[in-house]
Design a protein around this ligand. Structure first.
Ligand SMILES: Nc1nc2c(ncn2[C@@H]2O[C@H](COP(=O)(O)OP(=O)(O)OP(=O)(O)O)[C@@H](O)[C@H]2O)c(=O)[nH]1
Ligand SMILES: [Mg+2]
Length: 310
């Protein structure tokens, strides 16, 4: 069941237009007018899948299932093929889906947002803050990206848009002390949700990872189970690179979920299959635009419908 109330299928469909053109429309074109689905057509289908960012392994799996299903079918109609492909894609996207931790189990519920620079962390925090606020939660955000001069200001704008509180310190302050102060205030003043923004770039990668660890340790001093959720934000445009980032961050921190941003405006939405296929971490949210309502809870069924329904 979805927690947030902002799901909008048409918006999802609009956002995924380019991905739909690349994947579903090409499949439709290949199958249109084919009275019988022969091996050449299956090979063409395989080519489309392989070239559509969903990854070689995923494409192979789907084609294998198409072949198996066709063997048992008398009627090799195109509707069947599309259905087989769709079902298989939904199945792949649902594989890692675990039930998330219920935010009402902890008070405050602390969410740490991590990811490389420009992935969409701050924007995602603004959107999440808005969604939690809308369902009646008291929300505070912590500006623990103290590395970049404009970072505070950016988060401040989002906090303002969402109508939530913010803790910020001057540039160059210790990020973990900002996180500490935010969680402390949340505990003292009865907040439900804490969202901690972090830097995407420090002097080097080791620095960044050490900093994240320190933030986690410091938060845990106040609340032993916190952070209750660590979300890795990945830019949906980056395809293969997103997989590498997920690997890197998984090494240093326990990720509870992924947020794939910027799925609007990219034809590479198929990369989500590779990410899900290679990670044990479920996709929790997807970003389909730059405004405050453009974050949706990830629903494999809806995602595939949005890609295949013209
Ligand atoms: N189209 C689109 N743009 C997005 C989405 N999410 C974020 N962006 C844009 O991506 C850019 C970077 O977003 P930020 O939220 O600043 O990214 P960040 O990870 O906080 O970046 P750093 O603070 O530099 O590490 C901004 O221009 C956002 O508007 C999305 O879902 N769709
Ligand atoms: Mg940021």
């Amino acid at each position: 069941m979805s927690l947030f109330k902002n799901f909008n299928f048409n918006k999802l469909k609009d956002g995924l237009t380019k991905t739909r053109n690349k994947i579903a429309n090409s499949i439709q074109e290949t199958l249109t007018g084919k009275a019988v689905i022969d091996d050449v057509t299956i090979d063409q289908l395989e080519e489309i899948l392989v070239s559509s960012d969903i990854g070689f392994d995923t494409a192979e799996k789907i084609i294998e299932n198409v072949r198996i299903s066709l063997k048992s079918e008398k009627e090799r109609s195109q509707v069947n093929i599309i259905k087989i492909v769709r079902d298989e894609l939904v199945r792949l996207l649902s594989e890692n889906k675990k039930n998330g931790i219920d935010h009402t189990k902890y008070k405050p519920f602390v969410i740490l947002i991590v990811g490389v620079n420009g992935a969409g962390k701050t924007t995602t925090i603004g959107k999440l803050a808005n969604n939690y606020k809308k369902i009646g939660c008291k929300v505070i955000v912590g500006a623990a990206d103290t590395f970049r001069a404009a970072a505070n200001e950016q988060l401040d704008i989002w906090a303002d848009r969402a109508g939530v509180d913010i803790i910020q310190r001057k540039q160059g302050s210790d990020p973990s002390s900002v996180a500490y102060d935010t969680v402390k205030k949340a505990m003292d003043e009865d907040y439900d949700i804490v969202l901690i923004d972090t830097a995407g770039r420090l002097h080097n990668k080791a620095n960044l990872m050490n900093e994240l660890n320190k933030i986690k340790r410091v938060i845990a001093k106040l609340l032993p189970d916190a952070p209750h959720q660590t979300l890795l934000v990945l830019d949906g445009n980056t395809g293969q690179n997103a997989i590498i980032q997920a690997d890197e961050f998984s090494k240093v921190t326990d990720l509870s979920g992924l947020v794939i941003t910027k799925l609007d405006g990219t034809a590479k939405g198929g990369a989500i299959f590779q990410i899900v296929g290679k990670q044990q971490v479920p996709v929790k949210y997807i970003g389909i635009g730059e405004s405050i309502d453009d974050l949706q809870e990830f629903d494999p069924e809806a995602f595939i419908s949005a890609i295949f329904e013209s």
